[in-house]
Design a protein around this ligand. Structure first.
Ligand SMILES: NC(=O)c1ccc[n+]([C@@H]2O[C@H](COP(=O)([O-])OP(=O)(O)OC[C@H]3O[C@@H](n4cnc5c(N)ncnc54)[C@H](O)[C@@H]3O)[C@@H](O)[C@H]2O)c1
Length: 308
């Protein structure tokens, strides 16, 4: 019987479905135990991970029977994909399965930060009554700039347009015809910085995108934009972001992803209740609904692949 190893949380019905077909080992803590993982992976045919399990060349080289990796999510930066493609290991991400959750998160943050909700909440719940001192703005009529116009960028554009926002995007890999189908104008990166009231990032982390939002980018931006990053941490330089906020170059920010996760004290010690910011623990894509979709999708792909 073929063996499947699941190293992080997967919805139970999907685990059970695979257990009808294969010898499944399901241990949500396995990603923390390198020695056990290394021994179990040696004779497994498929491995299913989220983003905590580091499938490095060192580990994968021990997995002589491995032909399939299912990723319960989208980003593949915890998997040595070069090693996989050179060694006949197929990597299956759950593309699009948590995109609605992330898109809703981006709209939630856009609305909350334009309305200064984090500051209003703190003021009100601490007995102040900051009714007239806090500025509140609408998303309608604002320009939302999307860095990256892939699966999630497109979903965000659709929701933002419902609120009456104008959407522009920078993505050199997307043709004009594709963007215009979504009523989105493609612009140069500098123009996106210059025009956007809200900038939301939907890029993969690559050598080109690492540190893309840095001290220089902030100098190119329209006055007081809001920055939202739900893609990958190191795309935004966190030090430069805090500096830009403290200098009032930006009026708010939301981060779901960080250069180091869990987020380090060196970063969060600079955050206070009086700031217009929202920090979340890399869970914008994790909802009750997306958990089911992601798990069912990967279970189905694993079963089909292993059955050949
Ligand atoms: N926080 C979460 O829970 C969560 C959940 C899902 C996805 N993500 C992350 O969100 C990001 C976007 O996901 P997606 O599903 O939309 O991916 P996608 O691959 O569909 O879209 C990414 C887009 O970025 C574009 N792109 C690549 N390099 C670029 C560059 N240098 N400049 C401009 N555009 C570039 C690509 O052409 C593509 O259209 C990924 O980093 C993914 O890992 C995070």
């Amino acid at each position: 019987m073929k063996k499947v190893l699941i190293t992080e949380f997967m919805e139970q019905d999907s685990v059970d479905k695979m257990s009808e077909n294969f010898d499944v080992t399901y241990d949500t803590c396995l990603h923390e135990n390198q020695a056990k993982l290394s021994s179990l992976i040696a004779n497994t045919n498929a491995v299913i991970v989220r983003n905590k399990t580091q499938l490095t060349e060192d580990l994968l080289s021990k997995a002589k029977q491995l032909t399939f990796i299912g990723r319960l999510g989208v980003g593949l930066d915890n998997i040595d994909t070069d090693y996989c493609s050179n060694n006949g290991i197929f990597v299956q991400p759950a593309t699009g399965m948590n995109a609605d959750s992330v898109a809703e998160y981006v709209i939630t943050c856009s609305l909350s930060l334009l309305k200064n909700i984090p500051i209003a909440h703190h003021g009100t719940s601490s007995g102040q009554w900051p009714r007239t001192s806090i500025e509140s703005r609408e998303l309608g009529g604002k320009t939302l700039g999307l860095l990256g116009f892939g699966v999630i960028g497109k979903k965000v554009s659709r929701l933002a347009q419902v609120f009456g926002a104008k959407v522009i995007a920078y993505d050199p890999f997307v043709p004009e015809s594709e963007a215009s189908k979504h009523k989105v104008s493609l612009v140069k990166q500098e123009d996106l910085f210059a025009l956007s009231d809200v900038i939301s990032i939907h890029l993969p982390l690559t050598d080109q995108t690492r540190d893309l939002i840095n001290a220089r980018s902030f100098t190119l931006m329209k006055q007081n934009p809001i920055i939202i990053n739900s893609s990958r941490g190191s795309i935004v330089n966190e030090k430069d972001l805090l500096q830009a906020y403290s200098e009032k170059i930006i009026s708010g920010f939301a981060l779901d992803v960080f250069s180091s996760e869990p987020v380090e004290e060196d970063f969060y010690k600079h955050i206070s209740y009086s700031m217009n910011c929202i920090l979340t623990p890399h869970n914008s894509g994790v909802t009750t609904e997306s958990n089911v979709r992601v798990s069912q999708f990967i279970a189905e792909k694993t079963i089909n692949f292993l059955r050949g």
